[in-house]
Write a protein that binds this ligand. Structure first.
Ligand code: OFO
Length: 168
């Protein structure tokens, strides 16, 4: 059984997960506009991951007898200057999401809601991976100076990315 306040907080997190997907599709559009189909694919797959994150909250709220409420999404940024900027923003965005997940965990601890603490553990681990993926790509892009052969090689690598539902 979840408190009303907890249901509200979890519903808000659905919004953030869906917004992450929205933001990444916008980044995919920028990459596609530069003919970087591999980078576009990376963000298209990332959007599927974010939907998975959102739906995990959706099912948890339902399982616990709460009502899911879908809240409107904000307009994501659409004008990007470079691939480096895109990955810098993606990395910063993941840090923001990590902070939100940690705040949720703090609240679950405060409420002595053990079930939600156990549920959120998965997200805490997932965020370590999410931040690391974005930072690693940002560093690689910086390493090759954001252009040339290196970028084409990375693009080829990222074209292979496929969606595999993360282990529950
Ligand atoms: Fe849902 O992890 Fe990215 O935002």
């Amino acid at each position: 059984m979840l408190s009303e306040k907890m249901i509200e907080q979890l519903n808000e997190q659905i919004k953030y997960e869906l917004f992450s997907g929205h933001y990444y599709i916008s980044m995919a559009a920028y990459c596609a506009s530069k003919d970087l189909e591999g980078f576009a694919n990376f963000f298209i797959i990332q959007e599927q991951e974010e939907r998975f994150h959102a739906m995990k909250f959706f099912h948890y709220i339902n399982e616990q007898g709460g009502d899911v409420k879908i809240i409107g999404l904000d307009q994501p940024k659409t004008d990007f200057k470079s691939l480096e900027e895109v990955f810098d923003l993606a990395w910063r965005h993941e840090q923001f999401v990590t902070k939100r997940i940690h705040k949720l965990m703090d609240f679950a601890i405060e409420e002595r809601d053990h079930a939600t603490q156990s549920f959120l553990k998965w997200y805490i681990d997932e965020q370590v991976e999410e931040e690391s993926t974005m930072l690693s790509l940002l560093r690689k892009i910086q390493l090759v100076g954001g252009k040339g052969h290196g970028i084409l090689m990375l693009d080829g690598e990222l074209a292979k990315r496929q969606f595999t539902p993360p282990a529950a």
